[in-house]
Design a protein around this ligand. Structure first.
Ligand code: SF4
Length: 278
């Protein structure tokens, strides 16, 4: 059996920076809180909690004058306002690519565009982007476009969640243009996502099977899995090396390995080792 590791593995720069900021904050301040998950990987979140950072679901659970870390996926504008009202010290670990999307939607809005965000409705990043617009709309798929028919204005600015897939977005845009006079699309898929999406397509084409490694919560890992599945039916998604079913992989001559942007590099190494031991 031959194993092929993707070139772009381990944390993307946004995840790396968020983890670094969280650790430094925990070392410098006493009462440190985070609303939700810093990044979408359970192992990383457990490590962060071990530094003493407390995870909460609402700012109301954070005592006044404490420190709040804003997660890598970002937050709606109202979270920052609420944090200020509660006199919290804000440490903003939002990825620069996500902050850039927030900036773009605000600019488009100032220029009179109605904002449409192509993204997973329940994902934190999409909620954060929408929460930085005044009444922006979320489109997850073509069915949503049909549902929004009467609500789409004459001048529309479209951005996307940073981990979307450009083929899916193109289909949605071709539907959206039918309902408006002017549409401006800004491709806000981040570079680490694009590179990994290119790699999964290659691996799925040249290998008999591909292992996609990452949390079930991770949107970019889910996208890698789906893209691979379109090309090769032997795509397997696991979140840790213990889940490798040796009998299943024994029969393949070549296996590709790729991880999501929040999957620790050491997990990929373990998987690589496990497979080579087979
Ligand atoms: S996947 Fe992209 S947007 Fe998300 S943290 Fe990484 S670099 Fe930033």
């Amino acid at each position: 059996m031959k194993t092929y590791r993707a070139k772009h593995t381990g944390f993307c720069f946004g995840v790396k920076r968020a983890i670094q900021m969280a650790k430094e904050t925990a070392a410098s301040y006493k009462n440190v809180y985070i609303k939700g998950d810093l990044v979408h990987n359970e192992k990383v979140c457990r490590q962060i909690e071990k530094t003493g950072i407390k995870r909460v679901n609402s700012l109301k659970s954070i005592p006044k004058h404490a420190t709040i870390i804003i997660k890598a996926h970002g937050e709606p504008y109202k979270t920052y306002q609420e944090a200020k009202l509660r006199n919290l010290k804000i440490v903003d670990a939002t990825c620069s690519m996500v902050l850039d999307i927030h900036k773009k939607v605000r600019q488009l809005q100032d220029e009179g565009y109605q904002i449409i965000v192509v993204g997973d409705r329940n994902h934190q990043e999409t909620k954060g982007i929408i929460g930085n617009t005044k009444g922006g709309l979320i489109v997850e798929n073509n069915l949503d476009v049909d549902k929004l028919k009467g609500k789409i204005g004459k001048k529309v600015g479209v951005v996307c969640q940073s981990t979307q897939d450009i083929d899916k977005i193109s289909q949605i845009i071709s539907q959206l243009v039918r309902h408006t006079e002017k549409l401006l699309f800004i491709n806000t898929i981040c570079l680490p996502t694009r590179l990994r999406q290119e790699e999964i397509k290659k691996l799925a084409s040249v290998c008999e099977a591909v292992l996609v490694i990452g949390s079930r919560k991770s949107a970019n890992t889910k996208r890698l899995y789906r893209l691979g599945k379109k090309i090769n039916k032997n795509i397997f998604w696991i979140d840790n090396p213990q889940k490798i079913n040796k009998d299943k992989f024994d029969k393949f001559q070549s296996i590709g390995i790729i991880g999501g942007a929040s999957t620790p590099g050491e997990i990929l190494e373990k998987v690589y080792k496990e497979l080579n031991d087979l």
